[in-house]
Design a protein around this ligand. Structure first.
Ligand code: DAH
Length: 367
């Protein structure tokens, strides 16, 4: 077998001349591929007389190893070169400070949404949604508020005519509360259920603490043995996490909601000073949410057997929570789209709320 030295020299020369991975691969295939020069030579060994086969075989093996090694080394060199090139062009200076003036602010309502979802999310709640324009079944009837029920007068409802029916009972409403999502959730999910449902709500009302559009978050838990004790534990943990105070007094006052029995309102302890409100300490009380055990009729309306399942529900005003937590005095300003207001009360958008990373990230306050 002649010219093996020549072949090796040629190949090594081609390898060293390869300018990139692709041309190196071409050389490899031409030498070691199925029909490569070295492969062909290996195949032709079989035709040689024994003596020659042994000596040529040895030489060929050495040649093959040399070529393989050369390819491997060259490849490493080329890869490093390519990486260096990439690093040079894609260089990011990680020591650069974050731009001091992040544009845009997160509205306090969005911030509270995030905080509430972070707290209940950690307790295993899902977030459920429902439509803003609701039918009377989901907004009222299924929640144990049939037509002419006095409780309907508790809410100043905006009705929307139904184009397909002149009958008032068929007219739609812009939802007066998020409680209808309880029913929608029961219709679409089997217990155990554990959801919160944040959303916009609408009532005909307008003063410093009421706007025609506002925000609520609803909560619903249904399982076989869910009790009032669970409700109390769950809401206590919530207010403690939300207001970021370790010690907080709470009390429950009996109340009335058509969709819960018994019903209660939860107050938290606070100190109401002349110009300040301190949550958690003091002898004053602040009403914070409505709650209760889901009325059996509501379970039935949602297609759930009240003899097998029971649960609790709660509802609270998001805007009110924002006013309390961040000291915003007038609700109407929430919806005036005044950029100066947003700059003052808004939040830096990249500071997300989480139970581990901190809820309100006071360092991230735009103020
Ligand atoms: N839907 C009530 C409202 O808008 C709030 C509420 C009270 C919701 C008690 C509940 C509840 O789920 O149990 O005033």
């Amino acid at each position: 077998m002649e010219n093996l030295q020549q072949l090796e020299n040629d190949l090594l020369q081609q390898i060293s001349a390869a300018a990139d991975i692709k041309s190196l691969e071409d050389v490899r295939v031409s030498a070691l591929g199925k029909k490569g020069l070295i492969t062909e030579k290996m195949k032709s060994l079989g035709t040689l007389p024994l003596e020659e086969k042994i000596s040529a075989g040895k030489i060929l093996n050495v040649l093959k190893t040399n070529v393989e090694k050369a390819i491997e080394n060259k490849k490493m060199g080329l890869e490093k070169q390519e990486l260096d090139k990439k690093l040079a062009t894609e260089r990011v200076d990680v020591t650069l400070p974050v731009r001091p003036e992040t544009q845009g602010r997160l509205h306090p309502v969005s911030k509270i949404y995030e905080e509430v979802a972070a707290i209940f999310g950690q307790m295993g709640f899902d977030v459920a949604e429902g439509p803003d324009i609701e039918d009377q079944f989901h907004n009222f009837n299924a929640l144990n508020m049939p037509a002419n029920h006095p409780a309907r007068q508790m809410q100043d409802t905006f009705y929307i005519a139904n184009p397909d029916s002149p009958d008032f009972d068929d007219s739609f409403v812009v939802r007066t509360h998020t409680s209808g999502i309880q029913i929608r959730t029961m219709e679409s999910k089997k217990p155990p259920i554990r959801i919160i449902a944040p959303g916009r709500t609408y009532r005909s009302d307008f003063d410093a603490t009421h706007t025609p559009m506002f925000h609520q978050v609803e909560g619903l838990v249904i399982d076989k043995t869910t009790s009032m004790a669970h409700l109390k534990g769950c809401l206590y943990d919530f207010v403690k996490a939300f207001f970021e105070v370790d010690n907080i007094k709470v009390r429950y006052r009996p109340s009335y909601f058509p969709f819960t029995e018994p019903s209660a309102e939860m107050d938290i302890g606070c100190h109401k000073g002349k110009d300040e409100l301190k949550i958690g300490e003091g002898d004053d009380w602040l009403e914070i949410l409505g709650c209760g055990m889901v009325h059996p009729k509501v379970l039935l309306a949602g297609g759930i057997d009240p003899d097998e399942y029971q649960g609790f529900a709660f509802g609270m005003g998001i805007d009110r929570l924002a006013m309390l937590k961040y000291g915003i005095p007038d609700l109407r300003t929430f919806f005036e789209s005044d950029l100066r207001w947003l700059k003052h009360y808004g939040f830096v958008p990249l500071d997300t709320s989480s139970m581990t990373g901190g809820l309100s990230n006071n360092g991230g306050l735009a103020r």
